[in-house]
Design a protein around this ligand. Structure first.
Ligand SMILES: Nc1ncnc2c1ncn2[C@@H]1O[C@H](COP(=O)(O)OP(=O)(O)OP(=O)(O)O)[C@@H](O)[C@H]1O
Length: 264
């Protein structure tokens, strides 16, 4: 069992409510994401919000991104700073790419927004293109790429920009199995690379969400109440289901998947 400690608060969601007219969509959503200290390293977290279709995952993601105002409640970052639009890199299901720029141009533009990449923008973009298997299509326009390829460009774009928080809406859909493993590996590398880097994944793909995360929040309705809330927080580190490569072969992995299915 890995020794670890959760340290500073990176993000706090407090009493989030969302209502459209009389219809409650989200209620009493509270969670806290902290960075993690392990012997010799300090890292961010990978958190997944899992729930069935239509439960409110995308609405929650928009609230986290500052793109949707909650009816009540707040999102604060790094202790007490209110989150604002632009604090988080968002990778939506319908990838927003500039259709008039080649993917190389778009990625270079993203890299140039990141002060940490100053002087090595081009080589970093080339490296990402290679890691994500898109080197041969780097001069294509988005319209010439498949949905899965566009998604990878969208993920790269946000990674290159260097935001501390990355919100990913259904990142596993539209990827074939070979690319999926590669993308999961890269996302994990990102979270391990920086103490402040936090990935928040919204998904109904339980298997992949559990495989990549260290905490899972189950979004659902309970006790006949209207509006979705966090029914359960599952700490995958405590179950020894984080940070190693054979997670999916552990008996605790299939038990956790079954547990989540029952909760949805
Ligand atoms: N502008 C709106 N006005 C009224 N209701 C809305 C509006 N936008 C979303 N909703 C409702 O909010 C609920 C949650 O939608 P949301 O898109 O967050 O679901 P989801 O969990 O992301 O679903 P999926 O997995 O299918 O994408 C749905 O019942 C939807 O009808």
């Amino acid at each position: 069992m890995t020794v670890y400690q959760k340290k500073e608060v990176l993000l706090q969601a407090s009493n989030i409510q969302l209502q459209y007219g009389d219809a409650p969509i989200l209620r009493d959503i509270n969670f806290c994401i902290k960075n993690i200290v392990r012997p010799g390293m300090l890292q961010g977290q990978v958190v997944s919000l899992i729930g069935r279709s239509g439960i409110g995952k995308t609405q929650m993601l928009k609230i986290l991104a500052g793109l949707q105002q909650p009816s009540a409640g707040s999102i604060t970052l790094f202790g007490n700073r209110p989150a604002q639009a632009g604090d988080m890199g968002v990778i939506f299901q319908n990838y927003y790419l500039f259709y008039w720029r080649t993917i190389y141009q778009s990625l270079l533009l993203a890299a140039r927004q990141n002060p940490l990449l100053k002087g090595k923008e081009k080589e970093t973009v080339e490296q990402y293109l290679s890691n994500f298997g898109l080197l041969s299509v780097k001069h294509y326009y988005p319209g010439q790429l498949s949905g899965g390829q566009q998604q990878r460009v969208s993920i790269m774009q946000q990674l290159l920009k260097g935001a501390s928080f990355l919100l990913l809406d259904e990142p596993f859909s539209g990827l074939d199995v070979c690319v999926l493993d590669k993308v999961i590996e890269l996302l994990l590398q990102v979270s391990l690379s920086d103490e402040l880097k936090t990935l928040i994944i919204v998904s109904h793909d339980i298997q992949h969400a559990v495989a990549i995360s260290d905490t899972v929040y189950i979004l659902g309705t309970e006790n006949g109440q209207q509006g979705a809330t966090i029914k359960k927080e599952i700490d995958l580190i405590e179950r020894d289901l984080a940070w190693h490569s054979d997670i999916q072969r552990q008996p605790a992995f299939s038990d956790t998947i079954e547990e989540i299915k029952h909760l949805l």
